[in-house]
Structures are given as structure tokens and as C-alpha cells.
Design a protein around this ligand. Structure first.
Ligand code: GAR
Length: 203
């Protein structure tokens, strides 16, 4: 059916540069088979929420501390997703691990961007700058980013897209993070999102 778009929910925790890349990709026509319906944050102070509002996207904040348990936290998220008929969830810098109960409900319907070439520097405890610190400590010469489906194993789901980035002499975790974002994450996350949306609407 022409004009049909998959409804996307983006889940965030922080700065939201990957969310911004998705918004920009929607505006520039890289994402044509999906539409960002809403943004959910697990952090009330996330700058990503401002980015969403600036783009006219509905926002929701769901706080585990306030709700008291992982189950109540995930139930809160599920209600928002259900009420809005969401087809695809994109984790864009979402720094909380989701339970098997949650991930199995959305099999092949959750994407995540991770700032390394999985299976290197991934799994529990590897997030944000920690990933780049570990890559520098190991002395790898090439790193990158991965977009994958989310299952019950942290960073363990099927890989959809990867892009390599060279480590440079004198890199700090911060300079490496920036290069990986610019040269890999912001490119492959929108592309992978478009690819999966296309598959969803063609079903
Ligand atoms: C990104 O580098 C993302 O890949 C990483 O956190 C950063 C969020 O930045 N995610 C993880 O480490 C998840 N395991 P952003 O808020 O500016 O998109």
C-alpha cells in the first residue's frame, strides 16, 4: 500500500544525537517507510527530550525509581507503545537493559545502536564512553558501530548493519566516541531503521 509507514518509537536516555540523526533522516528522505511517532526517555533531564519537542514529536518520561520495579517500568513503556500502535522500537542511546519478558514481546521489532563492532566491547557494563575506553585500553586499531535486533542477551541479537572507524594516534575516549558517532552511528542507524521499516510495511 503506498503511503503506509511503520510507526516508530525512539527510546533515549541522554544527549540524543542518534535521535537527531533519525529526525534529520526523516526530513531528508532517508527514512521514508517509517515515521517517528514518539520518544520515551528513562531520564527526565535527557537533552534528547528537547530535541524531540523541537521537532514536534510527542515525548514521554518513564522513571523506574518512581514506578518501583523493572516490571512496572516496562509495563509503563508497553502501555505507551500499545496505546500508540507502535510497530518498531529504536533504542538510541537507551542505557537500561530490558528484560526477556519485554524483548520477547517485540521479537525483531526492537533495534539498538551500539558503539563498537559487536562482538567486541559489548554486553552488560559496556555502554557509552566505557566502550571507547575499553577499545583504547585494548589497543585496537579499528572500531566502529553496530545496529542489531534486541533479544534477551545484552547486545546479542542479530546484526543488521555495521560500519568500521579507524582509531587514531592520541585518541581519547571522547574523540573516539565523536568519530564513531559521526562516521558510523549517525549513518547506519537511520539506514537500518529504514531497512527494517520497509520490511515491516511490506508484510
Ligand atoms: C551512543 O554512542 C550510543 O551508541 C551509545 O550511547 C551513546 C548515546 O549518545 N549507546 C550505548 O552504549 C548502548 N549500549 P546519544 O544520546 O547522543 O545518541
Amino acid at each position: 500500500m503506498t503511503g503506509k509507514k511503520a510507526k516508530i518509537a525512539v527510546m533515549v536516555s541522554g544527549g540524543g544525537t542518534n535521535l537527531q540523526a533519525l529526525i534529520d533522516a526523516q526530513n531528508s528522505g532517508i527514512i521514508t517507510s517509517g515515521k517517528i511517532e514518539l520518544v520515551i526517555s528513562n531520564n527526565a533531564d535527557a537533552y534528547a527530550l528537547t530535541r524531540a519537542r523541537n521537532a514536534g514529536i510527542k515525548t514521554f518520561t518513564v522513571l523506574k525509581k518512581q514506578l518501583g520495579s523493572q516490571e512496572a517500568f516496562e509495563d509503563g513503556i508497553i502501555s505507551i507503545l500499545d496505546e500508540n500502535g507502535i510497530d518498531l522500537i529504536v533504542l538510541a542511546g537507551f542505557m537500561s537493559i530490558l528484560s526477556e519478558k519485554f524483548t520477547s514481546r517485540y521479537e525483531k521489532r526492537i533495534l539498538n545502536v551500539h558503539p563498537s563492532l559487536i562482538p567486541s566491547f559489548c554486553g552488560e557494563g559496556f555502554y557509552g564512553l566505557r566502550v571507547h575506553r575499553a577499545a583504547l585500553e585494548k589497543g585496537v586499531k579499528v572500531t566502529g558501530a553496530t545496529v542489531h535486533f534486541v533479544n534477551e542477551i545484552p547486545d546479542g541479537g542479530e546484526i543488521i548493519m555495521q560500519k568500521a572507524v579507524e582509531v587514531e594516534e592520541g585518541d581519547t575516549p571522547e574523540t573516539l566516541q565523536r568519530r564513531v558517532m559521526e562516521n558510523a552511528e549517525w549513518i547506519i542507524l537511520p539506514k537500518a531503521t529504514q531497512k527494517v521499516c520497509e520490511q515491516i510495511i511490506s508484510k
